[in-house]
Each structure stands twice: as C-alpha cells, then as structure tokens.
Design a protein around this ligand. Structure first.
Ligand code: GDP
Ligand code: IMO
Ligand code: MG
Length: 427
C-alpha cells in the first residue's frame, strides 16, 4: 500500500471529510498535519452526521489517528469535540488518538485577538473563523508559543507564559482591552493539563509508529487557495495547506508524501472575503447554494458560490502534484440547463491561465467561459460512470482535459454509498 495525501484544491469545503472517511477503511492511520479547529469536515454515515474540526476523520472508523505537529491545538475545543462525538456513540480513546507534543496551543488570548483584529479591520476583514488560528501561528513563528510539552512542567510553563504575555499585553493595551496575567492563564490551562496528557506522544514516537504502518492517509484541512504562501493572500488562512506541508506537519518527514488525491468540488465556493472570479450573484448562484446546502460547517455563514474555475485550480493541482482527483458534489449540478467552466482570465486584454498574485489585477478579471448543456437528471442513483447521463460524463471528461488530471473518484451525494470509484487503486 501507498500513503495518500488528501488536499482540497479550492477554497476549502470540497468534501475532504467525506472522501477521507470513505477511503480510511483501507489505511492504518489518518493524520492531520496543519490548521486547527477552523476546519469543518462533514461525514455522513447512514442517518448520522459527524462534524469534525480538530479530530482526524479516521476516528469515525476507529482508525489510529494523529494530530501532527503542524496543527495548532485549542485544548478546550479538543475536549468539547470529543464530548460531542462521543455523544453520537463513538469512543475516542488515547489508544486510537495521539497528539504530538510539539503542537502549539491556541489559548483564549489568541481567540480574543483574532476577533479584535477582525473587528478593527471593518470592511477589509479577512472573514476568519474567529478561532485564534492566525494569532497562534504568529506566536509559533515568533517563538513565543506554548507547546503541549510545556504544559507538564510548572516552572517552564510559567516562564513561557510570562514571555508570551509580555508580547500579548502590549497588543492588548494598545487595543484597549484588559491585560492578562500568568496566573490567569494557568487557571485556564489547569483545566486541560492532566486531561490531555494521555493523548500526548513525542513526535519521535509518532514518527516511529507511522513509519511502521503499511499505509497512512494525510487529511488536509482548508484548501490550496487558502495556503498562506500560494493562496489568495492576504485572504488566506495562516498555515501551509498544500501537500508539501505533509512532511513538516505530520511528524513523518518528507518521505511520507507518496500519492496525492486532490479534492475538487464540481463548482466553486468560498467562505469569507477575497477574490472570486467566477462568483455568481444571481439566480444560478442561489441555486448552487441551495442545492449544495452551502452553509459553513464551522461558522454557519452562507458560502459564496460560482462556476468551476479551471484557471484557479491549475496552479493548486501542480503545487500539490495532484495527478488524480476526487470530483465531489456532481449531483448539485443536476438542476442546471447550462453549466459553465472558466478556462482562463482576461485582464487588461491579456490572457492568464492562472490567478495572478497582484491584488490590483483581481478586480479587472474577466473570466473566459466554456458553456455546456446540463443533464437535468438525477445523478445520485448512479453506481458507475456509465450510468451517469451523457452530458454529466462529458462534463467530467472536460474537467479532466482542461485541468490535466484524472478523476479517480466521483462523489454524487453526501453518504458513503454515493461514491463511484474509477481507479482500481481505491477499490
Ligand atoms: P470539507 O471541509 O472539505 O470536509 O467539506 P465540508 O464538510 O465542509 O463541506 C462539504 C459538504 O458537502 C458537507 O455537508 C458534505 O456532507 C457534503 N457533501 C460531500 N460530498 C457531497 C456530494 O457529492 N454531494 C452532495 N450533495 N453533498 C456532498
Ligand atoms: P475546511 O477544512 C473553508 C477560511 C475562513 C477565512 C480564512 C481565514 O473545512 O475546508 P482562519 O480562521 O483560518 O484564520 O480564516 O480561511 N477558512 C476556511 N474556509 N473551509 C475551511 O476549512 C476553512 N478554514 C478556514 O473562512 O476566509
Ligand atoms: Mg469544511
């Protein structure tokens, strides 16, 4: 068996959770390697719907799961998620779930700062999830963060908190909010210090364990266009979301990356601010939102919707070396008489096959579309490619051709049964 990395190739919410759950049966372990509880991965098993933010989706099938060192961990959110999932009948035990001891923590001060800074920005806000992800990664890079391993030595913890608060209280003062004390944060951390210990393993121990597995699945969060380096900066998240991050954030090193399965939604969505060349603010956009139930899993915000944008994902595909993709939510397009794919952009008379990084060009983008006849038929009952309407087959082939990828998995509904495998490897 081979390790497989699952990467969202758009702006998140492509259906990564569904695909990880569907495939995880065949893997020995599932690993989250970046992001935090800003993710919202939905998994539908029969009548049960699980919504996971920080926990790896492998836990639904009781697979050994890892929160790798590249993840930022809000320990309080970790325990409330465990409680919520256990209330749905699953058991989450330290035998099945490990957290790397060098993960950085998200504390209440990070959440507060995230929300305060967003409020300050007014109309220019990023539209973050408000969960402290950005400030936590800033502290990691600033070498001020509290890591999980710091929790278990009082003296070190106090010292680290003092150092962290020196910086945060400067910010808090200038933002007009009350300063926090070391004792204050110790009280907060005391609620989780002993509870989290059984889940904590050294990153070396995790490396050893994962290396002994026959096959590991890496579960990306967010999407390539939210990558802090390659996405639509500054309207991005604060971690690297592309496949290269697996080596850094999984505890396993770069040998871990073998095969990448990119996840593409059959149209485009985005939550929060930032450019969106194919966004539809008309009846078609409304239809996508309604048929696709495009409401954010984490924040409950409605997602912005638009046509599939090949110009946008061309770069994402290459950056993650995703030769194969899972195409999701095909069934959402069942209702459309005409369907469009953006193949390139025209900006100031020049043709671009990719999204340029310069912000000043974004407002001038004119998408160049190819238009196709829809199929106006139900696709969710199809069990094979051949059972799909002719025009749906043509649409899939067109995406393969324009994006230079192979569709290995098709998703035509939220449940496990609504999955068509087109490549032997995944059978
Ligand atoms: P993720 O963040 O990439 O895991 O995606 P989300 O879970 O945030 O959003 C995807 C949504 O679409 C969830 O509500 C899924 O249950 C649902 N979903 C996944 N695949 C399909 C599909 O093929 N068809 C339909 N109609 N819904 C799907
Ligand atoms: P999954 O894993 C969609 C977006 C936020 C915001 C930007 C920065 O479910 O696909 P952050 O809180 O990360 O600082 O917010 O990133 N965002 C997501 N959008 N899906 C996600 O995760 C997201 N995680 C963050 O909406 O625009
Ligand atoms: Mg999501």
């Amino acid at each position: 068996m081979t390790n497989v990395t699952i990467i969202g190739l758009q702006w998140g919410d492509e259906g990564k959770g569904k695909i990880v759950d569907f495939l995880s049966d065949k893997f020995d372990a599932v690993v989250r390697f970046q992001g935090g509880h800003n993710a919202g991965h939905t998994i539908k098993v029969g009548d049960q719907v699980y919504k996971l933010s920080l926990l790896p989706s492998g836990l639904i099938r009781n697979k050994f799961s890892v929160i790798g060192s590249g993840v930022v961990v809000d320990a309080a959110a970790f325990f409330s998620e465990i409680e919520r999932i256990e209330a749905q009948g699953l058991k989450i035990s330290p035998e099945k779930l490990a957290i790397a001891d060098n993960c950085c923590l998200i504390l209440s001060i990070h959440r507060e700062l995230d929300q305060l800074l967003e409020a300050q920005k007014g109309e220019n806000k990023i539209g973050t999830t408000g969960r402290g992800i950005g400030p936590a990664y800033e502290d990691k890079a600033g070498r001020r963060a509290i890591r999980i391993c710091d929790l278990f030595n009082d003296e070190i913890l106090r010292e680290r908190l003092k150092n962290l608060l020196f910086y945060h209280n400067l910010l808090r003062k200038s933002l007009g909010v009350e300063e926090r004390s070391v004792d204050d944060l110790i009280v907060e951390l005391n609620q989780i210090r002993t509870k989290i210990k059984p889940f904590v393993r050294s990153s070396y121990e995790i490396l050893q364990k994962l290396t002994s597995c026959k096959s590991v699945m890496f579960e990306g969060a967010q999407g390539a266009l939210l990558d802090v380096g390659f996405g639509t900066y500054p309207f991005v998240t604060s971690s690297n979301t592309i496949a290269a991050q697996v080596g850094l954030g999984s505890c396993m090193g770069s040998d871990a990356i073998q095969k990448t399965l990119g996840i593409l939604k059959a149209y485009t969505t985005r939550v929060g601010s930032g450019p969106f060349p194919t966004e539809l603010n008309d009846e078609a956009g409304k239809m996508l939102r309604e048929a696709g139930n495009e409401i954010g899993t984490v924040t409950g915000r409605t997602r912005r919707c638009g046509w599939f944008d090949a110009a946008l994902v061309r770069h994402s595909i290459k950056m993650s070396n995703a030769k194969e993709i899972a195409l999701t939510k095909l069934d959402v397009l069942d209702w459309f008489k005409k369907i469009k794919i953006c193949v390139a952009y025209k900006i100031d008379g020049k043709i671009y096959e990719y999204l340029p990084q310069s912000i000043d060009l974004w407002d001038k983008i004119e998408p160049i579309y190819q238009e196709f006849d829809g199929w106006l038929a139900k696709t969710s009952d199809a069990k094979t490619f051949d059972e799909l309407p002719q025009n749906a087959q043509k649409y899939i082939k067109k995406i393969e051709e324009i994006c230079g990828v192979k569709v290995s998995i098709l998703s035509n509904g939220a449940g496990r049964n609504n999955t068509i495998i087109l490549d032997e490897f995944y059978k």
